[in-house]
Design a protein around this ligand. Structure first.
Ligand code: HBI
Length: 96
C-alpha cells in the first residue's frame, strides 16, 4: 500500500504542485479546473478516468458544464500519498 506522506516529504511534494490547495477539514488536496465547455471537461475526465484505472487510484470529483472540482486523497492510507501527487501532475499535464 502507498505510504501516507508526512513532514518534509509531504510539504515538498505539495510544493511541487501548482494550483492545488490543502483541504482544511481532511488530509486531501483540491483543485478546480475550468475547461472551455462540457465536451472539453468530459474529455479531461475521460483521460483521467483511464489513468486512474491504470493506477487503481481514483479521484473524487464534481462536474458542472465546463467546471471540474477535484479532490485527491488516498483512502486506504488515510491521507495524501505519492499516488495523489502523480495523479495531480497528470491532470495538470493534460490541461496545460
Ligand atoms: N482511490 N483515491 C483512492 N484511494 C484509495 O485508497 C483507493 C482508490 N482506488 C482504488 C483503491 N483504493 C483500492 O485499493 C481498493 O480500496 C479497492
Amino acid at each position: 500500500m502507498a505510504k501516507k506522506l508526512e513532514g518534509t516529504e509531504r510539504s515538498n511534494a505539495l510544493a511541487s504542485l501548482i494550483g492545488w490547495d490543502e483541504l482544511k477539514d481532511r488530509n486531501a488536496i483540491t483543485k478546480n479546473y475550468q475547461l472551455s465547455d462540457f465536451n472539453a471537461a468530459f474529455g479531461f475526465m475521460s483521460r483521467v478516468a483511464i489513468k486512474a484505472e491504470k493506477m487503481d487510484h481514483h479521484p473524487e470529483w464534481f462536474n458542472v458544464y465546463n467546471r471540474v472540482e477535484v479532490t485527491l486523497s488516498t483512502h486506504d492510507a488515510g491521507g495524501i500519498t505519492q499516488l495523489d501527487i502523480e495523479l495531480a501532475k497528470f491532470m495538470d499535464e493534460i490541461t496545460t
